[in-house]
Design a protein around this ligand. Structure first.
Ligand SMILES: *Cc1c(COP(=O)(O)O)cnc(C)c1O
Length: 460
């Protein structure tokens, strides 16, 4: 039986061949620290459970140290399977990239590129030329620029066009989007002065008109995102608001949130989602939107609209702090090029998830249920997927769910065990059952999902 005083000293432990190998890999300081923690842990074990500590203490401590050092070197960011049915799941990284976009990002990331180099002239170029042609082609805007996210886009637009002056906003649009994006707070940071008009539920064109004066820099329209109002409500029609803005020669800026390009195959839930093109056609001078919501690209924010305004935004000093990096440009350009060719849109995971038919999901669900029938009690039931990310807040897309039950285990227990799987599976609990929505699971991951559910029966 081992006693505390039988535990070898750190110096003795460091002489072991296995520990020396760890020193070569991780460095002496890290190994010494890990050895100390492992030895302390072992000492506690010996004291608490006198008979649990049979065997060679040095070998035990060495193995524990190796585990510690290996764990220290593993990234905390890992890929997970999203079986929640929330397509733009903010906590799960929003939009997965198309394979082609991820490949382009990897290629550009691992080498040099013409990020700010004019290859024809052999001189310094500008990063902002990238993605602009594709963005203007797809949206009809005169010019466009890219920053790190839509919050940054809204911030730099307000800073460049309205600092020290007034931005008129409807009280019905002073929303918090989630993740701490509050319209009034972003305005305060930009230096723009908020001029609220209308009421929470009703704002008319005349309310905006009454507020326009010498101090007005712009009119701001904000997509209310995950906030929905019913009943006695009124919102100024966009076209009428644009006409008003132009009569007074102030720009109309719209934070669109999602950046929906519009598509004939889109599900019914997106029928009322405003498109970028429609906003610009109605007369909006500048729109901002996210690159990783309905666009299905990398995290980014896009400003698009009239060239003179885009140029003013581009030359603001904040741009240096908010500019996108080459990996973002690579993934964004490739995503946009897939949008530009209609048959290729289904290569974009977000687009594919939005347009996958219930029949297709039903077929995959039944195939999995059939394979799992001896391992768990799996039923295919009707359910609803959601768009998420602040788009179509009332939305529900019909889907088919795999409802999983394992004798003697609670839904919470199964849910926890799915999250402990490698890769983790994030599911949903509904009516005391764990449900899996294949709409947000890539078909290539069905096999992994099978293994995760198969493993639920094992004890532990
Ligand atoms: C999502 C959203 C934002 C924030 O966009 P990020 O890209 O997450 O910074 C801003 N405004 C609206 C209306 C949104 O829906």
């Amino acid at each position: 039986m081992t006693r505390p005083r039988d535990i070898p000293s750190i110096d003795r432990l460091l002489q072991r061949a296995g520990v020396q190998a760890l020193v070569a890999e991780h460095g002496r300081a890290a190994v010494t620290e890990a050895l100390r923690r492992s030895a302390d842990g072992y000492r506690d074990l010996v004291i608490e459970t006198a008979d649990a500590a049979d065997g060679d203490p040095a070998a035990f401590i060495e193995a524990d140290t190796r585990r510690r050092l290996d764990a220290r070197g593993t990234p905390s960011l890992v890929d997970v399977i999203n079986a929640t049915g929330v397509i733009l799941h903010t906590n799960l990284g929003r939009a997965p990239l198309a394979r082609q976009a991820a490949d382009a990002a990897a290629a550009i990331a691992s080498g040099y590129s013409n990020l700010e180099y004019d290859l024809a002239a052999g001189t310094r170029g500008h990063r902002h030329v990238h993605a602009e042609r594709l963005l203007t082609g797809l949206t009809g805007a005169e010019a466009a620029l890219v920053v790190n996210n839509n919050a940054a886009a809204a911030l730099v637009v307000l800073a460049a066009l309205a600092a020290g002056r007034e931005a008129i906003v409807s009280r019905g649009e002073l929303v918090e989007i989630g993740g701490g994006f509050r319209v009034p707070d972003v305005m305060a940071q930009s230096g723009a002065i908020l001029r609220e008009v209308g009421t929470t539920n009703r704002t008319r064109v005349s309310d905006y008109a009454a507020a326009i004066g010498e101090r007005t820099a712009l009119i701001l329209r904000v997509h209310p995102s995950n906030f929905h109002m019913d009943g006695f409500t009124e919102r100024a029609p966009l076209k009428a608001l644009a006409d008003l803005a132009h009569r007074f020669e102030v720009p109309l800026v719209e934070d669109l949130g999602s950046g929906w390009l519009g598509d004939a195959n889109a599900p019914a839930v997106l029928r009322d989602e405003p498109t970028i093109g429609a906003s610009l056609t109605a007369g909006v001078d500048l729109v901002t939107f996210s690159g990783d919501k309905l666009l299905g690209g990398p995290q980014s924010g896009i400003v698009a609209g009239r060239r003179a305004l885009v140029d003013r935004v581009r030359s603001h000093p904040l741009m240096r702090a908010l500019r996108a990096d080459k990996i973002t440009y690579a993934a964004l350009e490739t995503t946009l090029s897939l949008w530009a060719r209609e048959p290729l849109r289904k290569e974009i995971p977000i687009y594919r998830m939005l347009t996958t038919s219930v029949d297709e999901i039903d077929r995959r669900a039944h195939a999995l249920a059939a394979r799992l029938k001896d391992m768990a009690d799996v039923q295919v039931i009707d359910g609803e997927s959601t768009v998420g990310g602040g788009s179509a807040p009332q939305s529900a897309i019909p889907t088919r769910l795999l409802a999983v039950h394992v004798e003697g285990r609670s839904a919470a227990d199964l849910d926890r065990r799915l999250r402990a799987h490698h890769p983790p599976v994030v599911a949903r609990i509904q009516d005391d059952r764990v449900v899996l929505d294949l709409r947000t699971v890539a078909p290539d991951d069905d096999q992994t999902l099978f293994s995760a559910v198969e493993g639920l029966k094992a004890s532990g």
